[in-house]
Ligand binder design. Structure first.
Ligand code: ADP
Length: 744
């Protein structure tokens, strides 16, 4: 780091605020301090940079404590006309040089990032002007030959190229799905239609994803207007069919920038009028507005931004005067950097295509998974399946669960059943997991049997951890034969995987097992091979974060340390990620275990911290981190040895982690994976030797693994995957948790 040209860092939030900005600021500040760099927060965005003075403040470790859970931005944001003028930017440059700042981390939308880029392009001439006008000395100027810029995108719309997710988009989806779930229940009570407007002027991300996640009836997005002239008739037809099939509510979601093929805006009021005129429906409009922007950030928006901030500082410190401004983003579940201005240009290109009514190009630029989700939505919104193709063989595909309950299981089952029916197949539901399979609790599902399942927590089909004994295979084979099952989808956790794996291995003895079988990862523990994330883990993480926020608030009596136990079995994912998202100072993982030496060190850190004035301690423990040093043992040890300095409380979070309605992310992933599983079963069932597989998301892509790989990819003794991508985040958690001198 000695060769770096950047002196001090500045961090600012600019443009529209977005939940998660605070975690990004916190991360930039703590990483910079860790790297031995002075860091300033520039309050009120570019306005603060132009005005200087009290707006530019040096930050220390404690200045960013307790902000991560807050919505908005704690250091303020503003639109700034002055910064659009050269005069304003000269003032800003002077203020930065006065503080020795020549590295800037800018968190904002495309406007803010464009401004940052321009500022850097002009830097040399701005500094020259300051020297000429004797506002800075030549020596001062010489120390700051260039300005290094990194950008992070704060925007709830998820409308930026160069990152799969922008800061705030996940939280906004939480707000929207909560609101639509609530609206659906009142709409259903009165058999009403609701039209809901969500944000997104040029980007239909929020509208599309919330429609998928809530099981809405129709969605209008800017990138892909309805492709028929009388789309109003088509919409009414689908809504009417839905009512006839038994739906009690209709929900239409309209993106702010929705338009028809000719570029005419489609407003909520217009949709309302259509429904009233054509259907004689009592339709209500809800414009969600700024609610979508507000509130405490989701778990994802806390840990994503923490990772972004960390990467941003290292990126800026590695910059040379020639390094182009970089955008730090997330692609395929990894932190990446790319040219900031390329990303801004591409972002504008999508808007330009929409304006030019070139919708194919606009959709193309949104990427494959956006298009795939849009196609899925168009099938799922239908009230009835497409008529079957008479030449096609009708398969009988069964859907079941195994393992502990995972929020999102219902969403996945609903998708599989509807998409299977839509392709002309008979869909069967197995009740109560393996127990139901043994006893033949298998029923035919129709389109409306899964109505209302998209947002529902729990598992309507029932689930348990039973794995069949050898003696039970015969009964299972009989049931599969009797119900003429052609393919089996297991949506579940490790016991579900093991059950199918064993059946797969018994194909020789039981020909009924010679059908395609597929496992879709659904467990809150995120301990399955072949998938970086399993359905349910995001919901569990959010439940943990919500409770920990409350526990922290309860600690108004200061000098208290909490030992919080979270689930995960032998996998520390929930412990580490909730630690990152709540600002825990220590996490105990099953992967690392806990030794007496660890506890002694942690105890002395606690004592030292509380002596220096710390008010609250937060330790998160994975349930299996050590069988003997239990949560209560640790609490008793710390309590006894801490004496009068602090007291200790425990919170074992228990089953609330498996409950709750699935988060939008879990719903969307469930839909995406489930669709692919059904396609797999249909494809394989045509083959003489059908494959069986487990699947999931790796590097942001859906991947399949032959069942034969299961033992190779899993550490069976500890029941967790051999490869766990998230373990590398431990270093970042450590940097965030404690200042360097105290760190182990
Ligand atoms: P967002 O960053 O959310 O897109 P804006 O477009 O309002 O929000 O930009 C925020 C601020 O960034 C503006 O108020 C202005 O100070 C600065 N800015 C935006 N565009 C430019 C530009 N082309 N040149 C200089 N500054 C700009």
């Amino acid at each position: 780091m000695t060769s770096r040209y950047v002196n001090n860092l500045g961090v600012l939030t600019s443009g529209g605020d977005a939940p998660g900005m605070n975690a990004a600021v916190r991360s930039v500040v703590r990483t910079a301090l860790d790297r031995g760099v002075k860091v300033y927060a520039i309050y009120e965005g570019y306005q603060g940079m132009v005005d200087g003075g009290k707006h530019i403040r040096e930050m220390d470790w404690g200045s960013v404590s307790n902000i991560m859970n807050l919505g908005g931005t704690a250091i303020g944001s503003a639109r700034c006309a002055d910064f659009r003028t050269r005069e304003g930017r000269v003032k800003a440059a002077k203020n930065l040089i006065d503080h020795g700042i020549d590295g800037l981390a800018v968190i904002g939308g495309d406007g803010s990032l464009t401004g940052a880029n321009l500022f850097r392009e002009e830097w040399v001439s701005l500094v020259d002007e300051l020297v000429e006008t004797k506002q800075v000395t030549k020596k001062q100027a010489g120390k700051h030959p260039q300005l290094a810029i990194v950008g992070m995108v704060g925007s709830i719309d998820n409308d930026m190229f160069g990152t799969d997710m922008t800061i705030g988009a996940d939280t906004a989806l939480h707000r929207i799905t909560d609101a639509i779930d609530a609206i659906s229940s009142t709409a259903a009570s009165h058999q009403r239609s609701f039209i809901v407007e969500v944000m997104g002027r040029n980007c239909g991300y929020l509208a599309l994803m919330s429609a998928l996640a809530t099981g809405a009836d129709w969605a209008l997005i800017p990138e892909s207007p309805p492709n028929v002239d009388d789309w109003e008739a088509k919409m009414c037809e689908i809504l009417t069919a839905g009512r006839k099939a038994g739906r009690r509510d209709s929900i239409v979601i309209v993106a702010e920038g929705a338009q028809d093929r000719y570029g005419n805006p489609i407003t909520c009021d217009y949709v309302q009028k259509v429904l009233e005129d054509r259907l004689g429906e009592d339709a209500r409009v809800t414009i969600l507005g700024h609610v979508q922007r507000g509130g405490s950030p989701s778990a994802f928006d806390r840990y994503l931004t923490t990772l972004l901030g960390y990467a941003a500082v290292d990126q800026i410190l590695a910059a040379t005067p020639d390094t182009e401004p970089q955008l730090i983003g997330m692609r395929e579940n990894r932190i990446t950097h790319s040219s900031l201005m390329d990303s801004v240009r591409q972002t504008h290109a999508v808007a330009d295509y929409i304006a030019a009514k070139d919708y194919d190009k606009a959709m193309e630029m949104r990427g494959g998974s956006f298009r795939e989700n849009f196609r899925t939505l168009r099938t799922l919104v239908r009230a009835l399946p497409h008529p079957p193709d008479p030449n096609q063989k009708t398969l009988r595909l069964a859907v079941m669960h195994g393992g502990g309950p995972a929020p999102g299981m219902n969403t996945a089952a609903r998708t599989a059943i509807r998409l299977g029916l839509d392709k002309g197949h008979t869909m069967l539901g197995v009740d109560d997991g393996i127990t139901g399979l043994i006893h033949g609790h298998i029923r035919e599902m129709n389109w409306m049997s899964v109505h209302g399942w998209a947002p529902k927590g729990g598992a309507e089909l029932g689930t348990n951890r039973r794995i069949p004994k050898k003696s039970e295979f015969y009964a299972i084979a009989r049931q599969l034969e009797e119900h003429r099952v052609d393919g089996l989808l297991m949506i579940g956790g490790w016991s579900g995987y093991q059950s199918l794996y064993q059946m797969y291995n018994e194909r020789e003895s039981f020909p009924a097992f010679n059908i395609p079988m597929i496992c879709l990862p659904a467990t809150i523990n995120n301990n399955l091979p072949g998938s970086e994330l399993s359905i349910g883990s995001d919901t569990a993480l959010n439940s943990i974060v919500e409770v920990v926020d409350k526990i922290k608030q309860s600690a108004v009596a200061s000098h208290r340390c909490f030992v919080i136990e979270v689930m995960g079995r032998n996998c520390g994912y929930l412990a580490l990620m909730s630690g990152l998202a709540t600002g825990a100072e220590r996490v105990y993982l099953a992967e690392e275990g806990v030794s007496i030496g660890d506890l002694q060190k942690d105890l002395s850190d606690l004592i030292e911290g509380f002596r220096r004035g710390k008010r609250l301690g937060l330790l998160i423990r994975n349930e299996n981190s050590n069988p003997l040093y239990t949560t209560s043992f640790m609490a008793a040890l710390f309590e006894e040895e801490g004496g009068d300095l602090f007291d200790v409380r425990t919170a074992i979070l228990g089953h609330l982690q498996q409950g709750g309605d699935p988060t939008p992310f879990d719903r969307i992933q469930a839909i995406r994976l489930s669709r692919r599983c059904i396609e797999f079963l249909i494809e394989e069932s045509e083959k003489d030797k059908p494959a069986s597989a487990f699947m999931g998301i790796r590097g942001g892509k859906v991947q399949f693994f032959s069942m034969d790989n299961l033992p190779h990819m899993m550490d069976e003794e500890v029941e967790r995957p051999k490869e766990q991508w998230w373990l590398e985040l431990r270093q970042i958690a450590r940097v965030m948790a404690q200042p360097a001198p105290q760190r182990r």
